[in-house]
Design a protein around this ligand. Structure first.
Ligand code: GCU
Length: 842
């Protein structure tokens, strides 16, 4: 981006703004009023002028958006005029070539790339010139973003995209569910069809367009062929009509076997002429309805999905089938490289899922049609909390590539944990793969620049739903916003982008800005600390919900997300000399760094090396002590998030404040669940004690199973590490309540009382806690309705939850009692109660 002049005078306020209740529906496009006094008002434009609106194109969308925004931000109603070049005291919105033709033949158009724009503001006169209509719309959003952030200075700059592909993927199913979606049902589909009311789609289009996303694939990569019925194709046309004025084109995911399952051909062999004709017809019928359709996304031969391997055809033969059908229409095929055998044998030391993508695709380099882009997940496994860059990016010289990221937090807290993702994404985008000993930053590879490719870019799995917050957590929207910003300009700073988002979403209060910035920037390292350290991956349940802790689930199955942990050692040996050879898939300089234990960074040590728990890191700590310390540090940071947020009460509208607070309190509790589960698991496995004596030692806790129980019984929790003392209690019947009580032995005083319980799917138990006969509080196990994550039907690390009652007066000898009322299949399960002196998390 060339910024010729950019004077920034942000009007940051030190006191709360007016705080009107909000539900998140407008995201960062709230256009909240910004103070603009008399002299400021005088310098505002007084009309919007368009040279080439047609009534329904992106220029018209831009003018409408400007009118709306100006009205809301500075309270100025301004008319839209189709007018001449006299642009004084007006906002002129046009394509650059139209402006050149009509107004200024000296304008140099070459400075703008496709979708780029030029923004010039000078004392009430604003020019927004797009390379195309879409670019003009982007420029309008940019101008409104400046005003919304209180920036009324004169600017003059142009900006161009990093890559032409800036897409989002939705994993929406035809029945309206969303795979790995945490914010309610689909905005596109219901009951096998496209929904009638597309007003949510329109709002999504606004949000995406304002962050310069130009494509959306509307259905799940695990695709259902029924999307291709005539009725559903008509529905797709309606969706495309809603996105079009926002400069967004749609694409669809295809199921490889459709010619057989939907077409009844009895085959889906990509070289069979009937199959080729069938796809040609489908493609023609789609383009008839959606002439500007982007193209297709295909997941084939992956995780049980059908693909060309059924007929012994190569992946490139499979991909080219679709690419050729698309060529007459100018469409693009995004072909996913997430291909691996999920039945590999862990007892073979050299087996490694991380090798699969290079093994499958490297030899096909150069065999894909020019309109094929390989869509490559950022790391070699699957959106883990930390992974090295996928080596595939370094192994394709003659093939277009796009990076696949996840905004939806599948392995990263499912929108019930605050995790700001751009710092993680930056570890990938800024990584230099040193292909042929030359600078080869991942961001320059995906843009096409490094290997001189015409096509390339970005895809992110977003999975918004009908929840008004879009993603299930107001703060998770920073990830979507930042994704768009980075896809446009990956050199932007994660924190700077975040700060823009905060101002747009929560206003100009300085305290709000600083606090949410601190919380967000601390969040990914914090999450890594309490979920999976040193490159061991997110130690979640990989065969169930992908949410809470379950380290044992990584191993002893064919999915290949192994840790190879045993009594003495841990980590994957991916070296060439002793291991799976994965390090050797990287170019020489990088390969050497990872091959060698001394030069492997600590944060990827266990990704590349199998070491004793007592192996010393560069930091000087042993691996096991690092685990223990990191988990305590991560959980401690999570406790602070709540107090940081609380300091903003009154500065944020109550509706969003409460919504976020509920999740942060939950996260603080669940971080302790994570901490204890992982620490207990590795302590148990290695039998190496925590040097600081914390692991397995909880002086403030009273185990439920050790209390006096009436109508409750002890229950051995599986996996064992997800219960303190490995046991919980459950009511003896599903219809009668249970009571657990104990006498307080701790000295009299004020305590925070924390209760760990299990909130399972399939029931909403109720619990009430008493000190003597005084009710301290009561609560319900209703998180399946009030939180976002995938619920669990078991007592485990996903359902384990903590509630805390603050500053309760307790006397030595008091009777502390919890009464649990079961509901459905949920037997009011309890793990422990902790009497915590204020400030201690235990
Ligand atoms: C992950 C995810 C699946 C998804 C797959 C994919 O494995 O858990 O739900 O289908 O990735 O990206 O295709």
């Amino acid at each position: 981006m060339l910024r010729l002049v950019l004077l920034t005078t942000l009007l940051l306020l030190d006191s709360p703004e007016s705080v009107i209740a909000e539900n998140g529906f407008d995201g960062w496009l709230r256009y909240a009023p910004v103070h603009c006094g008399k002299s400021c008002q005088r310098l505002l434009p007084s009309r919007i002028v368009t040279l080439n609106g047609t009534g329904n194109n992106s220029i018209d969308t831009a003018t409408e958006e400007l009118q709306l925004g100006l009205g809301k931000i500075v309270g100025k109603e301004i008319p839209i005029e189709r007018s001449d070049c006299d642009s004084r005291s007006s906002i002129l919105v046009a394509t650059a070539d139209q402006y050149r033709q009509a107004c200024d033949s000296s304008l140099d158009l070459s400075v703008l790339d496709e979708d780029g724009f030029w923004l010039r503001t000078s004392d009430g006169t604003v020019q927004i010139l797009g390379q195309n209509e879409r670019g003009a719309l982007y420029g309008a959003f940019e101008y409104l973003s400046l005003l919304s952030q209180g920036n009324f200075t004169n600017v003059d700059y142009r900006t161009n995209p990093h890559a032409s592909i800036r897409w989002v993927n939705q994993w929406d199913n035809m029945d309206g569910s969303i795979e790995r979606g945490y914010a309610g049902p689909s905005i596109f589909f219901s009951n096998g069809q496209i929904v009638e009311d597309l007003s949510r789609v329109k709002q999504y289009a606004r949000l995406l367009s304002s962050i310069r996303i130009n494509g959306v694939v509307v259905n799940n990569v695990n695709a259902n062929a029924t999307l291709l019925t005539d009725q559903n194709m008509d529905g797709l046309a309606r969706i495309a009509d809603v996105f079009r004025p926002y400069g967004i084109q749609i694409g669809v995911s295809l199921n490889f076997a459709s010619p057989d399952t939907l077409g009844g051909l009895g085959t889906y062999d990509p070289l069979d002429s009937a199959v080729i004709t069938w796809w040609g017809n489908v493609t023609d019928r789609l383009y008839k309805r959606v002439p500007d359709m982007l193209g297709y996304l295909v997941k084939a031969s992956s995780e049980g999905q059908p693909g060309p391997d059924t007929y012994n055809r190569t992946l490139s033969q499979g991909a080219n089938l679709f690419a050729r059908a698309l060529q007459p229409h100018g469409g693009i095929l995004m072909f996913r490289t997430f291909v691996y055998d999920h039945h590999i044998n862990e007892s073979i030391w050299t087996n490694d899922r991380a090798n699969a993508q290079v093994e499958f695709f490297k030899e096909l380099d150069g065999q894909f049609e020019d309109n094929v882009i390989l869509q490559i997940k950022f790391g070699p496994i699957d959106f883990q909390v930390r992974e090295p860059v996928s080596p595939l990016f370094a192994n394709l010289y003659h093939t277009n590539m796009a990076i696949e990221l996840q905004v939806t937090q599948e392995y990263l807290g499912q929108q019930d944990h605050l995790v700001y993702l751009p710092p993680l994404w930056k570890t990938i985008l800024d990584f230099d793969l040193r292909v042929d000993h030359k600078p080869s930053l991942v961001r320059d590879i995906v843009s096409g620049q490094r290997f001189d490719r015409q096509l390339g870019g970005w895809a992110a799995v977003v999975n918004v739903g009908t929840n008004t917050t879009w993603l299930g957590h107001h703060l998770a929207m920073s990830n979507l916003y930042a994704y768009g910003r980075l896809a446009w300009s990956p050199t932007e700073d994660s924190q700077g982008v975040l700060e823009d988002w905060i101002r747009l979403t929560f206003g100009l209060d300085r305290r709000v800005l600083e606090t949410i910035t601190d919380m967000s920037m601390a969040s990914w390292p914090m999450y890594e600390n309490y979920t999976g350290n040193l490159g061991i991956q997110t130690l979640t349940d990989i065969i169930y919900t992908h949410y809470g802790p379950s380290p044992a689930s990584q191993d002893n199955n064919g999915w290949g997300q192994w840790t190879r942990a045993d009594h003495d050692t841990i980590g994957m040996d991916r070296t060439v000399k002793n291991g799976t050879g994965n390090a050797g898939q990287y170019p020489a300089e990088v390969a050497q760094m990872y091959e060698n234990i001394e030069s492997t960074p600590d944060d990827l040590l266990l990704w590349f090396h199998h070491v004793p728990y007592k192996h010393r890191l560069h930091s000087g700590k042993t691996v096991i002590q690092h685990f223990y310390d990191a988990h305590y540090a991560g959980a401690e940071t999570a406790q602070h998030l709540v107090s940081q947020w609380d300091s903003l009460e009154g500065r944020i509208d109550q509706e969003r404040f409460d919504h976020v607070r509920k999740r942060l309190v939950y996260q603080a509790g669940h971080s302790i669940v994570w901490r204890d589960a992982i620490n207990n698991f590795y302590w148990n496995m290695s039998e190496i004690a925590d040097e600081k004596g914390r692991v397995g030692h909880h002086p403030w806790r009273m185990e439920a199973e050790s209390m006096e129980l009436y109508g409750y019984e002890a229950y051995a929790v599986n996996p064992f590490e997800s219960a303190s003392g490995y046991h919980a209690i459950v009511t003896t019947s599903n219809s009668t309540s249970g009571t657990a009580e104990t006498r307080v032995e701790a000295p009299s005083g004020k305590y925070d009382i924390a209760v760990n319980y299990y909130d399972m799917y399939g029931g909403q138990s109720q619990w009430t806690i008493y000190v003597n006969d005084r009710i301290v509080g009561s609560w319900q196990g209703d998180s399946e309705e009030t939180l976002s994550h995938t619920p669990s039907i078991y007592l485990d690390g996903h359902s384990a939850t903590r509630i805390t009652f603050e500053k309760v007066d307790v006397h030595q000898g008091d009777v502390l009692k919890i009464v649990g009322v079961p509901d459905g299949v949920e037997p009011a399960p309890l793990d422990y109660v902790a009497l915590l002196p204020p400030g201690i998390a235990d």
